[in-house]
Design a protein around this ligand. Structure first.
Ligand SMILES: *[C@@H]1O[C@H](CO)[C@@H](O)[C@H](O)[C@H]1NC(C)=O
Length: 341
């Protein structure tokens, strides 16, 4: 007990184990890399930063949580999970020395060193994506590519590791398949929300952090439509329907207008035919007054326009044309068109 207590005091004073992070990471020049740094809960509200340089006393700030992100570096602090993450892009082919650190007032800042080796070709240990998403109750497989000697492991940051072909981390079953050379695949089965967090592929002295997010598998729109209470998706869907109805009704209106016009033209032609049938070819017909009378009937909709409009010819004057050449009854003149509702 006394030993434990003195150990606690010692770690509290020196800052040992206050930050947990990678020790050596390999990255291709120009690629983005995210490095998670796990800190103690007592530093929740402290300023976190990344410092560049081999010697801590001479290192220079690369990025701080109380300063805006730069072009090359960005930092985010997940206070619930006690992890701050730095994302950077290195263009030079040289390795770099960094410190994950937490600012502490009145005491030396707590910090942890890591080395970033930058390669021209493929890195000694890498993954396809550092950010992966899994679904509750399902499995996820991660491929870790390597050409680096040493033991292969799958670890959770700040927790345990699985070595060999199978094991478990925080209640999630992990199997490692290394049957293909230069790649080992890690399968995590029976994912739960608590499985979310930072993990690492480890090969020898190299690590590659991978961030896993476990969420509920999204339900389909069909499921939402059958559900009794409208879900956000269903509401969105009905919005989509509304925005579909508006142009549809406009289209219907346009159709009605077209039909109306067409009908009038047809009627026009019919009257021409009728007039040419009833009058002799030599006659020129003049309608001095034409009235469209719409019957006001409540049950009729705009679509029964045909039966809805009557054309009344209040007076038809036929005039004798002296010339015999006027054969086509094209010379129809409407002197006045009155449309009455
Ligand atoms: C390991 O992966 C290889 C290739 O994908 C496959 O053929 C083999 O069955 C796997 N082994 C296990 C134990 O799952």
């Amino acid at each position: 007990m006394a030993v434990q207590l003195s150990f606690l005091i010692l770690t509290g004073l020196t800052g040992i184990h206050s930050i947990t992070t990678v020790s050596e990471v390999s990255v291709k020049a120009g690629d983005l890399i995210s490095i998670p740094c796990l800190y103690d809960s007592q530093y929740r509200d402290n300023v976190k930063y990344l410092c560049k340089g081999y010697y801590y006393n001479y290192c220079s700030y690369a990025i701080r949580t109380n300063q805006p992100n730069s072009e090359k570096f960005s930092i985010s602090d997940d206070k619930t999970r006690r992890i701050f993450t730095v994302t950077m892009r290195n263009w030079t082919n040289q390795g770099s020395d960094y410190w994950c650190a937490v600012e502490v007032n009145g005491r030396p800042d707590v910090r942890k060193y890591f080395h970033l080796s930058v390669t021209g070709g493929s890195p000694s240990l890498y993954v396809d994506r550092q950010e992966i998403t899994g679904f509750n109750g399902e499995n996820i497989t991660i491929s870790c590519y390597h050409h680096n000697p040493g033991e292969m492991k799958w670890c959770r940051l700040g927790s345990s590791c699985v070595t060999g072909s199978s094991g478990s981390i925080d209640g999630t079953t992990v199997t490692i398949n290394a049957s293909i050379s230069n790649v080992f695949t890690v399968t995590m089965s029976g994912l739960r929300t608590q499985s979310s967090g930072w993990y690492m592929c480890v090969k020898g002295d190299l690590q590659m952090p991978v961030h896993l997010t476990v969420s509920e598998r999204p339900t389909t729109i069909a499921d939402n439509l059958t559900a009794s209470s409208p879900s956000p998706e269903a509401v969105k869907h009905s919005f989509g329907l509304a925005s579909f109805i508006i142009p549809l009704s406009l289209l219907a209106l346009a159709l009605v207008v077209i039909m109306f016009t067409w009908f009038n033209l047809k009627r026009h032609n019919q009257t021409k035919k009728e007039s040419s049938a009833t009058t002799t070819a030599e006659e020129e017909v003049t309608y001095s007054d034409v009235q469209h009378v719409r019957k006001t009937s409540s049950k009729r909709s705009g679509l029964d326009i045909k039966s809805n409009v009557d054309i009344m010819y209040s007076s038809v004057i036929t005039a004798q044309v002296p010339t015999v050449q006027m054969v086509d009854a094209e010379n129809v003149t409407y002197s006045a068109l009155v449309q009455a509702e």
